[in-house]
Write a protein of this length. Structure first.
Ligand code: ADP
Ligand code: MG
Length: 691
């Protein structure tokens, strides 16, 4: 609900974008939020009169549309205990701010000390209004210990944002610092509501709020106004499409610019489609060639008899509009523009993109790109990549990549140890964007794990909603680059200055339940585990190692990841004693020394599988004899419990690693990396599966 507020309207009428403390506090009080108040006094007498009504001690503060940071300039006088002190303070403020336009001097109650907090709202260009919470003083100033959520928020979001700050222990109570968490949560929810109801609020700072064992009081407040954000800025409504299935499973595909000359992109794309055995009709379109790679070609899509589901455009940017228009006239619903030379190169390219958007609008079709590398759907034997792609195994991974060459480059090696269902490159996202594709992959049952490489997100709020829905069904792992704070703008409020772009992305991903990867290796490490192994259903892991020290490192990493080496119950203990050599005590991590061989590994895992306390396994195997384990591993019936493998120096025994990966066990170079993947799976299972 959008409300008109008379204080806000009045400020806007006066051409002000900054609301003074007494104005803000009136708005807050009307929402039922307790503040120290702020009545404006115009004279010493009035200040004294107000003070005696409020009750000493009181605080005096300068009120001016020109003063944002009151105490910096000597505009805050604390702990005034009698009329004489009030008179003196009033005079001092008058002198300090002579020449400044004054709206009066605020008289307010001196609040008893509490735990200082800061609460703020600012606008993010991608996600719209975001709320921030932090503890005051050094926590915010020095440690930048703050957390964010994107509005609107749920109670769960608020709880998570409180728990996220490093100073959370102080909120819970440390040497008498306990605070009223219920009241604090309500305050955060009410502030969110306030901002959503008044979209003119651009920034809001409650700094400080004093938190008490019982309730809180807002000590200072400021608000900055601006034009309301248009809803489209952060959440363009979803355009009509038929669910995108035909984009990924076309029965017929026209390739405009398919070439008969090896080395050209038009050659690569058509060659990929032919070689992978595209499961539908293929139509090469080429103005000159009569035959392309042995397939009869036509000069225009108009010459194709029968319907075409998807067209790929590979002609130079300058010719795309004509080709696009012909596709539209032909009634093609999905068009993929792989050519480059558009918005990424400057204004002329942007103009072409706009023309394409208008055509798509007119003809009610959707398009991918430009500047992308098409789609891959292994199930449909469809490879549209601009680079030559070798054989792909059918798998359950969905990859969405903003950059086309990125996907192609990764695929060259990754296809050995990762099995993709769909790879979608989205390029400049002039029409279909990451959220549209993510929404489709959420619905495609062959895709069980989704990973995304993103440089930015187009419409933040819709992204969070869609990602949240998809992530509840299948894990979504995102690598978002550009983590620096280069995007920070000049802003006036404290909140906005702390709202570095990357912190907001972090908050958005957490809010949506998305797993954020630190880098490429981390992302693919997570994806391999999620795509190959079942989720662990408990926090206890059995660690089997050929070296004690890496066993200990694994145990440490497990604790840091919210898991633990499982306790060995009686039967497991007895069984291990039988299996292990006499010089090894049955404990977890199981340290088998250099003795660890395939049969022993199998017997230990099988013993562990009997125990309810053990929900997952990490095996640290020797690179030198890696080929000796696989037969035994394949014989084990894991009964839904995951095994992740760590092989130190794995990069020097690649063919064995590939064999183990292809058998379905992800292999990591260090215990920490293996545990990072396992604990991410455990967290995902705890958050999303019924226990
Ligand atoms: P500024 O515009 O400089 O942020 P504030 O109103 O926040 O001014 O005042 C500065 C500091 O003075 C606050 O951080 C708080 O510690 C203290 N203070 C201000 N008002 C009160 C009050 N009513 N009761 C107790 N302390 C106050
Ligand atoms: Mg302040």
């Amino acid at each position: 609900m959008i409300l008109r507020d008379k204080i806000i309207s009045q400020a806007q009428d006066e051409g002000r974008s900054y609301l003074m403390e007494h104005e803000c506090k009136e708005i807050l009080e009307r929402q039922g939020l307790p503040t120290t108040g702020a009545s404006a006094a115009q004279s010493r007498e009035e200040a004294v009169e107000l003070s005696s009504r409020i009750g000493y001690p009181v605080v005096l503060k300068v009120l001016s549309p020109e003063v944002v940071h009151k105490s910096d300039a000597g505009g805050v006088k604390l702990n005034l205990k009698n009329a004489a002190e009030v008179e003196r303070a009033f005079a001092e403020i008058e002198i300090a701010f002579a020449g400044t336009k004054l709206a009066g001097v605020a008289v307010q109650k001196m609040a008893s000390p509490g735990l200082e907090a800061i609460i703020g709202v600012s606008r993010d260009p991608t996600f719209g209004p975001v709320i921030m919470f932090g503890l005051g003083g050094v926590f915010v100033e020095v440690l930048q210990d703050v957390s964010f959520r994107i509005l609107p928020v749920t109670e769960k979001d608020i709880e998570a944002m409180l728990e996220e700050i490093r100073g959370y222990t102080l909120l819970q109570g440390y040497r008498g610092t306990a605070v009223d968490l219920a009241a604090l949560k309500e305050l955060l929810l009410k502030v969110s509501e306030l901002v959503l109801c008044h979209p003119e609020i651009k920034e809001l700072d409650l700094n400080p709020v004093f938190l008490y064992e019982d309730g809180y009081t807002i000590v200072d407040a400021r608000i900055f106004l601006d034009e309301p954000l248009s809803p489209e800025a952060v959440s363009s409504p979803k355009k009509e499409d038929s669910g995108l299935r035909d984009l990924f499973y076309p029965e017929s595909l026209a390739v405009i610019g398919a070439s008969d000359t090896p080395g050209k992109l038009g050659w690569n794309v058509f060659d990929n489609l032919l070689r992978h055995g595209f499961a539908g009709k293929l139509y090469p379109v080429n103005i000159k060639a009569k035959v392309v790679q042995g397939v009869p070609a036509v000069a225009s899509v108009h010459d194709i008899e029968g319907p075409v589901d998807v067209a790929i455009i590979l002609v130079p940017a300058a010719h795309t509009v004509k080709a696009f228009q012909e596709c539209c006239e032909k009634g093609i619903k999905y068009i993929i523009i792989e050519s480059a030379g558009f918005a990424e190169t400057g204004a002329a390219g942007e103009d072409i993109e706009r023309e394409l958007q208008e055509l798509a609008e007119t003809y009610n079709c959707r398009f991918v790109g430009p500047n992308c590398s098409g789609m891959i759907n292994t199930q449909h034997r469809m490879v549209q990549s601009i680079g030559t792609v070798g054989e792909l195994r059918r798998g359950n991974i969905g990859l969405i990549a903003q950059a086309g060459v990125y996907a192609a480059g990764m695929l060259w090696g990754m296809r050995q140890i990762m099995d993709f269902a769909i790879v979608a490159t989205i390029g400049n996202k002039a029409d279909l964007n990451e959220t549209d594709i993510l929404e489709y992959l959420g619905k495609d049952d062959l895709v069980e794990v989704i990973c995304m490489y993103l440089e930015d997100v187009k419409t933040g709020r819709r992204f969070i909603d869609v990602a949240g829905q998809v992530a509840a069904k299948k894990p979504v792992i995102i690598l978002k680059t550009g983590r620096t704070e280069a995007g920070k703008k000049a802003v006036s409020s404290h909140t906005a200055s702390l709202a570095g772009n990357d912190l907001i992305y972090d908050a958005a991903f957490r809010q949506a339940g998305v797993i954020r990867a630190r880098d490429n290796e981390h992302m693919f490490g997570l994806v391999r585990a999620f795509s190959k192994q079942p989720l662990p259903r408990g926090d206890g892991a059995m660690v089997i190692s050929y070296t004690g020290s890496l066993g200990v490192a694994t145990a440490d990493a497990l604790s840091l990841g919210g898991m633990k080496p499982a306790e060995l119950d009686g039967p497991t203990h007895r069984r291990l004693k039988e299996i292990l050599p006499p010089f090894v005590g049955p404990q977890n991590p199981v340290d088998c020394t250099f003795d660890l061989h395939g049969k022993q590994l199998r017997e230990i895992i099988e013993a562990g599988l009997q125990s309810d306390k053990i929900s997952s396994f990490i095996a640290i195997l020797q690179a030198e004899i890696l080929e000796t384990y696989l037969d035994d591993l394949k014989k084990i019936d894991f009964g839904g419990k995951p095994l992740l493998i760590c092989v130190p120096c794995k990069e020097f025994t690649m063919s064995e690693v590939i064999a183990i990966e292809q058998a379905g066990f992800p292999v990591y170079a260090t215990p920490e990396k293996a545990v990072a993947a396992l604990s991410a799976m455990y967290r995902y299972a705890s958050d999303n599966l019924e226990q």
